[in-house]
Design a protein around this ligand. Structure first.
Ligand code: IVH
Length: 709
């Protein structure tokens, strides 16, 4: 992609040739050519995301221009790409009076769809429109969570960048803003003599994470005065307000344009626009990043749909937004609507529920998981964040808790984005009470008092109590009863708590000795439910070896591994007796899993549990050990997609697996067949792209007959 006339008619294509031929040109022309070439490639790289030359080539051109400018300082121009790396250190920022004030926008705090409808209603009223009048045209934009910036171009060169300040007067931060690769330092021919572009400087989330990781390293290395940043906005603001633009240059910032300030009339024959949307398109053509989500929409319905569409996309965006902005599209209508105090009547910000909020840590509890994992959990003063009330946030393990240094009494920032579990982002150190104690991991299990241990090379502490620990026992029972394990219908969390707490169930086998009268006597347990539970337990006794192995809750043995073990060994005694080497022969079983299985069956109490369950009447059809290679579909990987006619996907999966096939969830080069039913989607596309054979119901039938189509 090249823009031959974008940067003042200078040759822009074939940069290497330009660089070579410049040697014979007078220095001034040579510098101008270097600058034009570098501008072109910076635009392709930062704004279009479509670099045309390798980074090393860009660096080489850049260094040549730097050398030329230091040999001829009089050739240095403010729009030179070499100015992006930062200038001298300032004592203070100069004040800038905005020729056109930087306004703010009214915020619609109602985060529901009604917020958008209220704005449309207001606009229609102000414009004295009746029901008979057509829908008002709006532009939907993202509300970026950064800081507002005004970029002033004179004679097409960036001469000044200023913060919003109080709207009338801001601070001059030009040297720092020049370091932002996405911001053009020079505009193409045709741009007005004076142009102020308004927009948002922000930091992408991945850039923010990388910056904080680097800051942590610096702090660990003992560098004085370094700190981590609370969120991308805070990091962006810190970078913009750096007096040393060399430091600002190390902090990766980005920019989106969304409006105009001061502008001289666009010359005759030059670009013209009568709508906000067309103005944004013009800014884009001049090289400014404009968010691709920006859209023209009609009336309240269009606004509501835009709000919902962006809400669904929000978590996938690489940067934070805190809402959307609606603007009346026709500039003539904007002029008619005018302003109230400092806010235009023609625009509104429509927020989403915040994803980050501040709250306090009331306690740090340690919870015990099914396999004994001890997890520190911050108990929080209830806070509404990401659309739900949050009272807990996991601190994962001791190392994480220490790294974040969360303490009881601390004020913390909690983040909840999408369906992700809430987490503590950081501590507001300024608000820490003086006596807040550092978190230390418990030495004993808070539930059963057994020793808590951390194995070498592992981050997690574990309770060593095993099924002696009631917390582990409860979770072992939930797991045992799970639909995909022993499938005991009606054995919910609350009931398990009661059964364990009342001492009726100490081991898994006790479940099968429960009596109707003691069950029916329990809290909130109707006789009918008690009867149903006993029936479900009775029914669960007839199972498969794979389900039984899965239900034991052996660490690292998931459903698929349990099935493989059953298929490989055929009999429970063979699994229990298998050496680690023998276990390693099972598909997908590696050293960690093999060791875990061996350790489990080496423990006498686990063998007792197994025996007690067998004594209670649990049975399955035992088969002969079947080397997987003897099975007709051994070594074949199949992916199922779409709606099959002959059977459900679960049934097809079970039948294929019984013949030794592996049924995978996603298509890769290793997939042997994709079985596609009606309305198959992306998996079918991927199969076709990779050249994986695609089968229909007939092909599936051939496979299930044990043949390879
Ligand atoms: S328009 C005349 N559009 O939100 C209207 N502002 O108070 C001027 N913001 O500080 C602002 N995204 O930094 C506008 N698409 C967008 C925006 C946006 C974020 C910020 C802006 C300003 C605040 C509004």
């Amino acid at each position: 992609m090249s823009h031959p006339d974008l940067f003042g008619g200078l040759p822009l294509s074939e940069p290497a040739k330009v660089a070579r031929t410049t040697q014979s040109l007078p220095p001034a022309e040579s510098a101008a050519q270097f600058r034009a070439t570098l501008h072109h490639h910076a635009h392709a790289y930062y704004t279009l995301d479509a670099p045309e030359i390798p980074d090393a080539e860009y660096d080489r051109l850049f260094r040549e221009l730097q050398a030329l400018e230091s040999a001829h300082p009089e050739l240095l121009t403010p729009d030179s790409p070499t100015q992006r790396v930062g200038g001298p250190i300032l004592d203070a920022f100069a004040q800038v009076t905005h020729r056109v004030p930087m306004l703010s926008i009214r915020t619609e705090t109602d985060t529901e769809a009604s917020g958008a409808e209220a704005f449309d209603t207001r606009i229609r009223k102000e414009l004295a429109l009746t029901e008979a009048d057509p829908a008002v045209a709006y532009v939907g934009e993202l509300k970026f969570d950064g800081l507002a910036m005004s970029l002033r171009y004179e004679n097409r060169v960036l001469v000044q960048a200023a913060t919003r300040g109080d709207g009338e007067t801001g601070e001059e931060v030009t040297a720092n803003i020049r370091t932002i690769g996405q911001i053009p330092l020079r505009l193409p021919i045709g741009a007005p003599a004076v142009l102020e572009v308004r927009g948002e400087v922000y930091m992408r989330r991945d850039d923010f994470e990388a910056l904080n990781a680097r800051q942590r390293e610096r702090i660990a290395a003992g560098t004085k005065g370094e700190k981590t940043f609370v969120n991308p906005r805070n990091a962006a603001a810190g970078a913009v307000r750096q007096l040393d633009s060399g430091i600002a240059a190390e902090r990766p910032l980005s920019f989106f344009a969304y409006g105009l300030g001061d502008i001289t009339p666009v010359t005759e024959g030059g670009p013209q626009w009568t709508t906000h949307y067309d103005m944004l398109q013009q800014l884009k053509a001049w090289g400014f990043p404009v968010a691709e989500q920006t859209a023209c929409v009609q009336g309240a319905q269009g606004l509501v749909a835009f709000h919902q569409r962006i809400a669904a996309e929000r978590d996938a965006l690489p940067y934070d937004i805190d809402g959307v902005v609606y603007k009346v599209n026709e500039l003539a209508l904007q002029a008619r609507l005018g302003f109230v105090t400092r806010e235009p009547r023609w625009a509104v910000a429509h927020k989403y529920p915040a994803q980050e909020e501040m709250t306090t840590v009331l306690a740090i509890d340690v919870q015990v998981g099914r396999t004994g994992k001890l997890t520190p959990v911050a108990k929080l003063a209830p806070v509404f964040v990401g659309g739900v009330t949050v009272t807990n946030a996991t601190l994962h393990n001791e190392l994480e808790a220490r790294r974040k240094d969360v303490r009881v009494g601390d004020t913390v920032i909690v983040r909840r984005a999408g369906d992700v579990i809430p987490e503590v982002v950081s501590v507001v150190l300024e608000r820490r009470p003086p006596d807040a104690p550092q978190f230390t991991m418990v030495s004993h299990c808070p539930v059963c008092g057994s020793l808590a241990e951390r194995e070498d090379g592992e981050a997690d502490h574990r309770c060593t109590g095993g099924l002696f620990c009631s917390a582990q026992r409860k979770q072992a029972i939930w797991h045992f009863a799970h639909r995909r394990a022993m499938d005991v219908d009606g054995l919910g969390d609350k009931l398990v708590d009661q059964l364990v707490d009342s001492g009726q169930v100490k081991t898994l086998a006790d479940l099968y000795h429960l009596k109707l009268d003691s069950l029916a006597n329990m809290d909130r347990m109707a006789e009918k439910s008690a009867v149903n539970l006993l029936e479900a337990l009775e029914k669960s006794k007839q199972t498969t070896l794979g389900r039984f192995l899965f239900s034991l809750g052996i660490r690292h043995v998931g459903e698929a591994t349990a099935k493989e073990l059953a298929r490989h060994f055929g009999q429970l005694d063979a699994v229990m007796a298998a050496s680690e080497d023998a276990l390693l022969q099972v598909p997908d079983v590696g050293p960690v899993v093999a060791h875990s299985i061996r350790t489990f069956f080496d423990q006498p109490h686990n063998r007792e549990v197994v025996q007690a369950l067998r004594d209670a009447g649990i049975t399955w059809a035992e088969g002969d050990a079947l080397a997987p290679t003897e099975m007709p579909l051994a070594g074949i990987t199949v992916v199922l997609t779409g709606t099959l006619q002959s059977m459900g996907r679960d049934e097809a999966k079970e039948k294929l697996e019984a013949l030794g096939a592996k049924v995978a969830g996603s298509v890769s080069k290793k997939t042997h067949y994709v079985v596609a039913g009606a309305e198959a989607g992306s998996k079918l596309d991927k199969a076709q792209a990779l050249g994986v054979p695609v089968l229909d119901d007939v092909g599936l039938a051939v496979l299930l007959a044990g043949e390879k189509p």
